[in-house]
Design a protein around this ligand. Structure first.
Ligand code: ADP
Ligand code: ADP
Ligand code: MG
Length: 646
C-alpha cells in the first residue's frame, strides 16, 4: 500500500477520498487554488500545497504543477477524483512518466472510451449491445440526415466528444433535422472544440441504468446497477440502487455486458458503463443498450457502497497499489436499497440558476450519510460547481429508503444561500417516483408542480420578524417590562412578496405579531419560543438574508427602504453577467436589431452554460465583451440603444 497519495481535486470528492485514505493509514496531500485556501479539503489533508489561481485552468487542471507537487511532497500516487483531470489520458501518461501511479485506468483505456463514436464501435465488436444508429466518420449533413431517416424518427444527435448533456439534440421529424444538426455542432464546438456528432435512435420512455464495474487490468467484476433516470436536462438529480423493477435475469445480462466492456479494454479501477433502457414495456434482458463508459469514480458511487458494503475508494487504492481484485463476483451481494440526492446552491424558481453565498448554517440529520466539501462558514464560490452535499440514505427496502430520504431532506438545514432542497423534497414525495415509475422525462413532465416554492405561513413570517428585530434572544432582564408594551415593525420579502411584520412586545416572553391584518401570539416558556402554539423553528441570519428552517428552509430578506428605489426596475438597456464566469460566445453585433428574448451571449459559470437574453426589443449599441473574457458579476456585456434613440 502507498504511504502517501496526492488528491488532484477539491470539494466533496477530495474529502471523500481523504477520509478513506486516512482510515487506511495512508497520508494525504491536498492541492488548492486561491479560492480554496480555507476549504474543508485543505483542512482534512495531512499536507496542502497551493497551486494557483481560482480558475480551473490555473490550478486544478495544471497537470504539470500537480505532478511536481506530488514529487516534492513524496506522494507515490495521484487520485484524480471526478471531473478535472480524471479522464485526461495525457495527464495519465505524464503521471506515469514521472514515476508515479495514477489511481485509475490506463491512458489507453481512457482513450478508447473518450469519444462516444469510437467507444460504440469498440463495444459493438466486444458483443455489447449499443444504441442503434450511425457512429461513423462521415459528417456530411445530407448523409447524416439520410442515416437519421434509416434509423427512424425520433433520433438523437450527440456530440462524440460530449459530456454533461451538452451537444445533444432530440429531433422529432426530418424537417427539423438540419437546424438541430447545426445547433448541436455549434454547441459541441464551443464546449469541446470538436464538432463531430453521431446519430442515435431516441429510446422512448428512456431509463438511465448504469453498471458499476471494477477491474484489475485483466479481469473485472460488477457491483450491480444504479438507476439515474431522475434527470433534469440530462443531468442526474436523484440516483438509486438497485434499479426499481430490475429482474434477476436482466441484472445478470447487464452485469455481464458491463464486465465484457471493462475487460475488452483491460480496465483497471472503478468505472461505470452507462446504458439506456427502454422502459415502455417493463425491464427486459434484450432492452438495454450501451451509451458510454465513464472511466472514473462516479458522483453517485455512494449508493453502490451502501447496498454492497464495499468502500470503492479503498478498492481503488488497493488495486492501484498492485493488489488483486478484492472480491470475486460470487462474493458480491445486494443488501437493501439506497438513494442519493444532489444538494446544490441554486435558485430553482429562477430556472435553477446557480447561486453563491457563505453558508452561515449547515447541518444534516445523523441518520443520513452526507458527503460534503463544505462546512458551516464556508463559501460556495462562483468558480466551481455549486454542489453543497450529497444526501445519501439506506433502508431495508425501497419504500423504507425513500421515506428516509424524504425525512433526511426535511431535516437538512442550509442557511446563507438558496438551495434546491424543496425541489428534492418534492421529488422524494412524487407519487410516480414512489411507485418506481421512473424515466428520464419524469421531472420535465411535472416540472411546474416540482418547482413550486413552499410558501411561508404567518408563523414563519413572525419568526423571520423576530430574527430581523433581534427579539429571539431578548433576555428577560433587558427591561421590556419596565417600558410597557413596545411597538416595532420590519419590512421583509419572501419569494417576490413584500410584507411588513408589526410586533407588540408585551414583556420578555410574549409578543403579538401582525402581518396583513392577521395576528399571532409568540410566547416563551422554559427558554423555548412557541408561535401559534407551535415550536419556533431554528433560524439563521446572514446579513439581510434570514432562513427559517421549516418547509426545506424558507428564505426572507430584510428590505431596507432606502435601497428599494435603486434596486427596482433594473436597467433594461444593459445585458449583464448574472454571476462571474467565462464568456463562451457573443452573438450580438453593433447595429443589429434584436427582439425581446433573443440570445445575445452565452456565459459559462459553475459548470453550466447560461444564455443571456435581450430584455426588450431594440438595437445593439455596444458589445462590451468577447468570447474568452472572464467577467465579474454585474459586468455589462451588451448595451442596447436607448429607447427612442433612433
Ligand atoms: P456524472 O455523470 O457522474 O454526473 P459529470 O461528468 O457530469 O458526471 O461530472 C462529474 C462531476 O465532476 C460534476 O458533478 C462536478 O462535481 C465535477 N466537475 C466536473 N467538471 C468540473 C469543473 N470544471 N469544476 C468543478 N467541478 C467539476
Ligand atoms: P453525457 O456524456 O452528456 O453524459 P450520455 O450519452 O451519457 O451523455 O447521455 C446523457 C443522457 O441523455 C442519458 O442519461 C439519457 O437521459 C439521455 N439519452 C442519451 N442517449 C439517449 C437515447 N438514445 N435515447 C433516449 N435518451 C438518451
Ligand atoms: Mg453520461
Amino acid at each position: 500500500m502507498f504511504d502517501k497519495i496526492l488528491i488532484a481535486n477539491r470539494g466533496e470528492i477530495a474529502c471523500r477520498v481523504m477520509e478513506t485514505a486516512r482510515a487506511m493509514g495512508v497520508r494525504t496531500v491536498a492541492v488548492y487554488s486561491d479560492a480554496d485556501a480555507a476549504s474543508k479539503h485543505v483542512a482534512l489533508a495531512d499536507e496542502a500545497v497551493h497551486i494557483g489561481g481560482p480558475a480551473p485552468a490555473d490550478s486544478y487542471l495544471r497537470g504539470d504543477e500537480i505532478i511536481r507537487v506530488a514529487q516534492e511532497t513524496g506522494a507515490q500516487a495521484i487520485h484524480p477524483g471526478y471531473g478535472f483531470l480524471s479522464e485526461n489520458p495525457k495527464f495519465v501518461d505524464a503521471v506515469e512518466a514521472a514515476g508515479l501511479t495514477f489511481i485509475g485506468p490506463s491512458a489507453d483505456a481512457i482513450r478508447k472510451m473518450g469519444l462516444k463514436d469510437a467507444a460504440k464501435a469498440l463495444m459493438e465488436e466486444a458483443g455489447v449491445p449499443v444504441v442503434p444508429g450511425y457512429h461513423g466518420s462521415n459528417q456530411d449533413a445530407d448523409f447524416l440526415q439520410e442515416e437519421a431517416g434509416k434509423i427512424g424518427y425520433p433520433v438523437l444527435i450527440k456530440a462524440v466528444a460530449g459530456g454533461g448533456g451538452k451537444g445533444m439534440r432530440l429531433v422529432e421529424s426530418p424537417a427539423e433535422f438540419a437546424d438541430a444538426l447545426k445547433s448541436a455542432q455549434g454547441e459541441a464546438t464551443t464546449a469541446f472544440g470538436n464538432p463531430d456528432v453521431l446519430i442515435e435512435k431516441y429510446i422512448q420512455q428512456p431509463r438511465h441504468i448504469e453498471v458499476q464495474v471494477f477491474g484489475d487490468g485483466t479481469r473485472a467484476v460488477h457491483l450491480f446497477e444504479r438507476d439515474c433516470s431522475l434527470q433534469r436536462r440530462h443531468q442526474k438529480v436523484i440516483e438509486e440502487a438497485p434499479a426499481p423493477g430490475m429482474t434477476a435475469e436482466m441484472r445478470e445480462a447487464m452485469g455481464r455486458a458491463g464486465v465484457r466492456a471493462a475487460e475488452a479494454i483491460g480496465y483497471k479501477g472503478a468505472g461505470t458503463v452507462e446504458f439506456i433502457v427502454d422502459g415502455s414495456d417493463g425491464l427486459r434482458s434484450d432492452g438495454f443498450w450501451f451509451m458510454e463508459m465513464n472511466t472514473r469514480l462516479q458522483v453517485e458511487h455512494p449508493v453502490t457502497e451502501l447496498i454492497t458494503g464495499v468502500d470503492l475508494v479503498e478498492w481503488q487504492l488497493r488495486v492501484a497499489s498492485g493488489e488483486r481484485l478484492p472480491a470475486r463476483q460470487e462474493d458480491l451481494t445486494i443488501t437493501g436499497h439506497a438513494f442519493e440526492a444532489r444538494l446544490y446552491a441554486e435558485d430553482v424558481p429562477k430556472g435553477f440558476l446557480p447561486a453563491t453565498g457563505t453558508l452561515t448554517h449547515l447541518s444534516f440529520p445523523a441518520e443520513c450519510r452526507a458527503d460534503s466539501g463544505v462546512r458551516a462558514g464556508d463559501a460556495i464560490s462562483p468558480w466551481y460547481d455549486p454542489m453543497i452535499a450529497k444526501v445519501i440514505v439506506h433502508g431495508s427496502t425501497r419504500r423504507v429508503a425513500l421515506s428516509r430520504l424524504a425525512r433526511a431532506l426535511e431535516e437538512t438545514q442550509v442557511g446563507g444561500t438558496v438551495t434546491n432542497l424543496a425541489f428534492l423534497g418534492a421529488l422524494a414525495a412524487h407519487e410516480g417516483f414512489a411507485q418506481g415509475d421512473v424515466d428520464t422525462g419524469l421531472i420535465a413532465r411535472d416540472l411546474e408542480e416540482l418547482v413550486a416554492a413552499p410558501k411561508a405561513e404567518l408563523r414563519h413570517k413572525a419568526a423571520a420578524g423576530m430574527v430581523a428585530l433581534g427579539l429571539v434572544d431578548a433576555a428577560p432582564e433587558t427591561g421590556f417590562t419596565l417600558w410597557g408594551p413596545l411597538h416595532r415593525a420590519v419590512t421583509l420579502s419572501h419569494s417576490e412578496e413584500e410584507f411588513t411584520a408589526d410586533v407588540q412586545v408585551d414583556g420578555p416572553d410574549r409578543q403579538l405579531w401582525t402581518v396583513n391584518g392577521e395576528t399571532v401570539l409568540a410566547e416563551r416558556s422554559q427558554g423555548h419560543w412557541r408561535i401559534e402554539g407551535r415550536r419556533m423553528p431554528v433560524t439563521s441570519e446572514a446579513g439581510a438574508l434570514i432562513t427559517v428552517f421549516d418547509a426545506y428552509g424558507l428564505e426572507f430578506t430584510v428590505v431596507d427602504p432606502l435601497d428599494r428605489d435603486a434596486a427596482a426596475g433594473g436597467d433594461r438597456n444593459v445585458i449583464e453577467a448574472p454571476m462571474p464566469g467565462l464568456v463562451k460566445a457573443v452573438f450580438a453585433k453593433v447595429g443589429q436589431p434584436v427582439a425581446e428574448g433573443d440570445r445575445l451571449a452565452i456565459l459559462e459559470a459553475m459548470k453550466m452554460e447560461h444564455s443571456l437574453l435581450a430584455a426588450r426589443d431594440g438595437v445593439v449599441a455596444e458589445v462590451l465583451a468577447g468570447a474568452g473574457d472572464q467577467v465579474e458579476a454585474g459586468a455589462a456585456l451588451v448595451r442596447l440603444e436607448e429607447e427612442g434613440d433612433g
